[in-house]
Design a protein around this ligand. Structure first.
Ligand code: B12
Ligand code: SF4
Length: 444
């Protein structure tokens, strides 16, 4: 049996060129599917963010990993395969959150983690009994398995290994798809298995792609102790409050942490309360950030605009903060209502959605405001985010951020990573700016 594993791209630009990712991060979900596939089944992976799909290669089954931004493109790819008589299975975030929609474009839809469904899908398909829907009895995450990266060989991904230790998050931020996907449950892999994987990879640079790695503190500490001898340079996503614990911070530093992705989201307490993130305390951000800089850890901050307390002045205030704190990278996004989240339902109820299903619309352009904000116009929301992005990522913005943190200036490897990542990030923002989803329809 020949199975194609596919990660669809997102969209196209004005010249109808498909989006290509300058970051070239390996798609761990395809390696995960490969790790769950029994021997004897032949696999071929296509990551459309970096290469075209060979539709006419002999294929018995096509399996697509779909997120909300790639849904429109995924449905086009499915059309291509189905026109050639190849059945299509879809799984991942989007099909899990809106399975009825995905089912209109696929022969089978898998809800939740592949560990719960993929082996059964292959077995049923081989027996000619593929079902329309595979839905495990639980939404709780499966413990991550050991992926099989051989399926990604030769694709020249960035020299950064994506490794997953835990899944899920106990928090419940209104806009976040993780909670909607896993329902607040978490699962961890054994530390020994992660260390084994890292050793086998001869890994030096690692991105632990956990949703919130500090969600299970004891397990996190055990992982940190275990990776100290590996001399890694690693990054992950974490809740900033860990920086209030000096012992934990020291352990994070000693284990080789190079940078951290932290969701600050807003500098306004009212907004943080509204998004269900009141445990983020604006008054403590500066102190926590100073500690991280002293520990020579670079900070990737994320901010979201469009909650009710935001006025047109919020962009300059936030940008000033991000520059003054010498952030390594930052995302400035208009509030994005992902289907299945409490935010989406609230916006729909309050009749503030710009599109009912923005991910299917040919009029939606990447970075465009998707809700009607209360404290400014929609255009101000779109333009304000763009202005922050442009200034933060200008070469003068980069130079000023670089010089403001000893995490950048005192560690040679950090300095190199700072500049390389900032240039790639700038290229990626340019590539995505105004991008239309899918490959057909309106041009930006
Ligand atoms: C690492 C990461 C990134 C990396 C890119 C990673 C890469 N390889 O290119 C970076 C930081 C660049 C990134 C960017 C963005 N990301 Co991101 N990212 C993640 C994160 C934290 C981990 C992804 C990962 O590797 N997971 C490990 C794999 C194994 O898990 P998985 O993909 O969830 O797959 C499991 C199941 O979904 C299922 N499954 C998946 N596919 C299939 C297919 C089949 C057939 C089956 C049966 C099952 C199945 O089984 C898998 C487990 O075995 C996820 C959160 C998460 N938990 O996934 C967010 C996440 C995917 N990102 C998200 C978003 C929104 C983005 C951005 C669009 C943000 C923005 N507004 O700009 C950007 C743009 C995307 C891009 N790539 O450019 C959202 C997607 C929400 C949604 N509804 O689609 C997530 C879920 C985060 C969140 N808090 O909501 N991201
Ligand atoms: S803390 Fe992060 S992962 Fe957890 S619900 Fe909030 S945004 Fe999502």
């Amino acid at each position: 049996m020949k199975v194609a594993l596919i990660r669809p791209s997102f969209g196209h630009d004005r010249a109808h060129r498909g989006y290509r990712s300058p970051a070239r991060l390996e798609p761990l979900e395809l390696a995960n599917l490969a790790g769950l596939t029994p021997r004897g089944i032949s696999l071929r992976a296509f990551d459309e963010r970096i290469e075209p799909i060979a539709y006419d290669e002999p294929t018995d089954l096509a399996a697509l990993s779909v997120c909300t931004f790639s849904a429109r493109r995924a449905y086009e790819i499915a059309e291509q395969y189905r026109a050639r008589g190849v059945p299509v299975v879809m799984g991942g975030y989007h099909p899990t959150l809106v399975p009825d929609e995905a089912e209109q474009h696929a022969d089978a839809v898998a809800v939740g983690d592949a560990e719960h469904t993929w082996p059964a899908i292959l077995e049923d398909f081989a027996a000619g009994k593929l079902r329309r829907r595979y839905e495990p009895p639980t939404r709780a995450p499966a413990s991550p398995i050991r992926p099989d990266r051989s399926v990604l060989r030769g694709k020249r991904y960035a020299p950064l290994h994506l490794v997953q230790f835990s899944r899920g998050c106990r928090r419940s931020c209104e806009f976040c798809a993780i909670r909607a996907f896993y329902g607040g449950a978490t699962a961890c892999r054994s530390v020994a298995d992660v260390v084994d994987e890292l050793r086998a990879l001869h890994a030096r640079r690692v991105f632990f792609v956990d949703d919130n790695i500090a969600s299970n503190l004891d397990a996190f500490k055990a992982l940190l102790e275990a990776i100290i001898p590996l001399r890694l340079r690693w990054t992950t996503q974490i809740d900033i409050r860990f920086a209030d614990d000096p012992e934990l911070l020291e352990l994070v530093r000693r284990s080789g942490c190079q940078s951290l992705v932290i969701g600050f989201e807003s500098l306004d307490e009212t907004n943080l309360r509204q998004m269900g993130k009141a445990w983020n305390k604006v008054a403590t951000y500066e102190r926590q950030l100073a500690r991280l800089r002293e520990s020579r850890i670079m900070i990737y901050g994320t901010f979201v605009f469009g909650y009710d307390a935001d006025d047109p002045g919020v962009f300059d205030r936030t940008l000033e903060f991000a520059l003054r704190q010498g952030l390594y990278i930052a995302n400035f996004n208009p509030l994005q209502p992902f289907p299945g989240t409490p935010l989406y339902d609230r916006m729909a109820k309050e009749k503030r959605l710009v599109f009912d299903a923005w991910w299917l619309s040919e009029d939606y352009g990447w970075h465009q405001a998707l809700i009607e904000p209360r404290g400014m116009t929609r255009q101000q929301l779109t333009d304000g985010c763009r202005r922050c992005r442009e200034r933060f990522n200008s070469f003068s913005g980069m130079a000023s951020r670089f010089l403001r943190s000893p995490a950048h200036t005192r560690v040679l490897d950090n300095a190199a990573v700072f500049w390389a990542t900032n240039v790639v990030s700038k290229l990626d923002i340019q590539a995505k700016s105004g991008l239309r989803l899918g490959s057909r329809g309106g041009t930006p």
